[in-house]
Design a protein around this ligand. Structure first.
Ligand code: WTA
Length: 649
């Protein structure tokens, strides 16, 4: 965001105090902040009581070998037992865990008892095909209940899962399988998207051509499409899992036992495998889900409208809500199938009280028009959440007004795959909300905005967001790459976690996010690496060189714009070169990474040290006046690019 845009933002003077009724019964109060402030480790030890331990931990934080943290290290627990069995044992077996709604309109009401039983069967099935504690399992599924069952079955037997978003390509799936040494994959024939079955299994088959270590694939039948099954390797879920016993005695694991690996884009081409472990992660997600959303598990109906393939789905669709015994909605499809009011129909149908989604969805609803939600009864809503990118004030106010009817607080939650849990967010019973600001750290979290030298900035100033004290749900390392973990997060400012986000403190000291400060783009709330897309483009035989930038986009926040230089033997690339390259990126990474625009150019602007000046390319992609070109080797390059683009159709 430009400085000018930011200062406009910071003159935003609308204020939204908590509704008195909510504040009167709020989970988090001013006393919670005071308690966390007084002794942060005692505070987390207290939060650890939210979950059930086979062996209670006597240790809280072990930071004797920074930046490798251990939390509750001598405690033992089982994450799936915490999410399911203990609620059933407490007499809550009949409580609904999920109201599932498939895109075609099929529904399932799944109680805690049902889910517990399915997870036990799936745990038995995984054991039967040789999965042991510590083995990694890849999950590549649509948004169907089996995705939750698969994750918890892995957790139950101590096998870390790695969920790969169903929109990623076969190549992306293969590289994740190889990186963390997966031997078993759980997938489906397909899922329903935009009114049609969309296949998944063929991508698994293609990926496994380069993953010889995978010995079994469990295949959920969802769409009933024709599906090739490899003899001896592929098993139908409904037959194999469905045939297992529903009894399963769970084993308990040390708090630091790995729970899952989630790959996310970094500033180099290779995705990073973020490692989360069991005890601290569960404490952090259960606590924040309770605190930020003011959760009342007996009466709330909670809906995280995000895919399970992202961290939001892990923390606030699976682990946090289930650890808290909450009732959630799970929806398979897109918001405009079969009509643009589908979400609001679901809010009405299930009496959703808390809705959690991304600003890009809100901006899409704004574009479709307020008359669409108006046709539905949204009076059950009492709290709205936002995640994934900074929410622009107009979207915040629209969301609050047209969806929340001015009754509901909006919590803008800042966090990352790495942080595992909410870090900076309003607390709905305490914070006077400012549209566009993530506001203050959640009780128990300590952050600082610092300048280039690592010194805290004053109010009214901007810098880099850092976290200054370890937190329970923090990543423990990058899978197989401790060095990259240290370099990426802990080297820029010694002793502080470097988030990669720019932030500003306003006159009151409240925090506003400004976007990434590295080569990571945020497209519709999804992290994309410029380098990763550049490598994908360069792997095409017609491309000699590529530069990718994230250009501001009214709908998706940022959009991928690519500049490519073709190889001389490719001539002008032919009439379809742009389509060809977009399809190539979709094949290499996934459809979500497809550039909005690809511009074929003769040269790229470079500094004398050979670094591509993405800033200038961004100016072009956003139709702005060019910034400073004095450090370029040859400033005529920019004129050339502009002329070139003006001349092209
Ligand atoms: C951005 C998603 C501003 C930020 C949970 C962060 C946000 C990256 C917000 C993490 C927010 C997420 N305000 N920016 N409320 N939430 N971000 O790992 O740049 O997919 O570093 O985690 O998204 O994206 P990730």
């Amino acid at each position: 965001m430009s400085e000018e845009g930011l200062s406009n933002l910071m003159h935003e003077d609308r204020r939204f105090p908590p509704p008195p009724e909510l504040a009167a019964h709020a989970n988090v109060t001013a006393a919670t902040y005071a308690e966390a402030e007084a002794d942060v480790e005692a505070f987390w030890a207290q939060q650890a009581r939210r979950i059930s331990w086979e062996t209670e931990p006597t240790q809280v934080l072990d930071w004797s070998n920074p930046p490798f943290a251990q939390w509750f290290a001598d405690g033992r627990l089982n994450a799936a037992y915490n999410c399911l069995d203990r609620h059933v044992e407490a007499g809550l077996g009949d409580r609904v865990a999920f109201h599932f709604e498939g895109e075609p309109g099929d529904t399932r009401t799944i109680t805690y008892a049902d889910l517990a039983s399915e997870v036990r069967q799936a745990a038995n099935a995984l054991t039967a095909i040789g999965v042991e504690a510590g083995d990694r399992v890849a999950i590549y599924l649509p948004m169907i209940p089996e995705a939750v069952v698969a994750m918890l079955a892995c957790a139950r037997i101590g096998a870390p899962h790695t969920v790969v978003f169903g929109g990623f390509s076969a190549d992306a799936l293969a590289s994740r399988i190889q990186d963390c040494g997966v031997e078993v994959v759980i997938t489906a024939d397909g899922g329903f998207r935009r009114g049609k079955p969309s296949p998944l299994k063929p991508a698994v088959d293609a990926a496994l051509e380069s993953c010889p270590d995978v010995h079994h694939v469990l295949v959920v039948r969802r769409t009933e499409q024709e599906t090739a099954m490899a003899e001896g390797r592929d098993l139908w879920w409904h037959e194999f899992v469905g045939g297992q016993a529903t009894e399963h005695a769970c084993e308990f694991f040390p708090a630091e036992h790995p729970l899952y690996i989630m790959y996310t884009s970094g500033s180099t081409g290779k995705p990073k495998g973020i490692l989360h472990t069991t005890g601290g992660y569960l404490v952090g997600t259960a606590y924040t889900h309770w605190a930020t959303f003011d959760l009342k598990p007996e009466t709330d109906v909670f809906w995280t409208a995000a895919d399970i393939g992202w961290v939001t789905g892990h923390s606030y669709l699976v682990y946090g809500p289930l650890a808290n015994g909450a009732t959630s909605v799970m929806y398979e499809g897109t918001p405009d199938t079969p009509h643009q009011g589908r979400w609001w129909e679901l809010v009405d149908k299930y009496g959703v009280t808390i809705l959690y989604c991304a600003p890009t969805a809100i901006r899409t609803f704004m574009k479709w028009g307020a008359d669409i939600p108006e046709r539905h009864d949204l009076s059950s809503l009492r709290l709205l959440g936002s995640v994934g990118e900074p929410i622009n004030p107009e979207a915040y106010v629209w969301y609050r007004h047209h969806i929340g009817h001015d009754r509901t607080p909006v919590v803008d939650t800042w966090w990352q795959t790495e942080t595992g849990m909410h870090m900076i967010s309003p607390m709905p019973g305490v914070t006077v909300g400012k549209p566009g600001a993530a506001m203050t750290p959640v009780p128990g979290v300590k952050v600082e905005v610092v300048n280039d030298e690592g010194q805290p900035v004053g109010n009214g100033q901007g810098g880099y967001l850092t976290v200054t004290h370890p937190w329970p749900a923090m990543l423990r390392t990058l899978w197989g790459d401790d060095e990259r973990y240290v370099d990426t997060y802990w080297s820029r400012f010694p002793g502080m976690y470097f988030a990669g986000d720019g932030a500003k403190k306003d006159e009151d000291g409240d925090i506003w996010f400004l976007g990434r400060v590295d080569d990571v783009m945020n497209v519709s709330g999804h992290r994309m690496s410029t380098t990763e897309i550049e490598s994908a483009l360069v792997s095409h035989p017609k491309v000699a060189e590529a530069a990718v930038v994230g250009a501001t986009d009214p709908m998706t926040g940022q959009a991928v714009v690519a500049f490519v230089i073709l190889r001389s033997e490719a001539g002008d690339g032919g009439p379809d070169v742009v389509q060809e390259l977009r399809a190539h990126v979709a094949r290499e990474i996934g459809a979500i990474a497809k550039p909005r625009q690809i511009m074929v150019v003769e040269e790229l602007p470079k500094t004398r040290s050979g670094k591509i000046m993405r800033r200038l390319l961004r100016d072009i992609a956003e139709n702005r006046e060019l910034g400073d070109v004095t450090t370029l080797t040859d400033s005529s390059v920019m004129t050339l690019i502009q002329e070139n683009l003006a001349a092209s159709p």
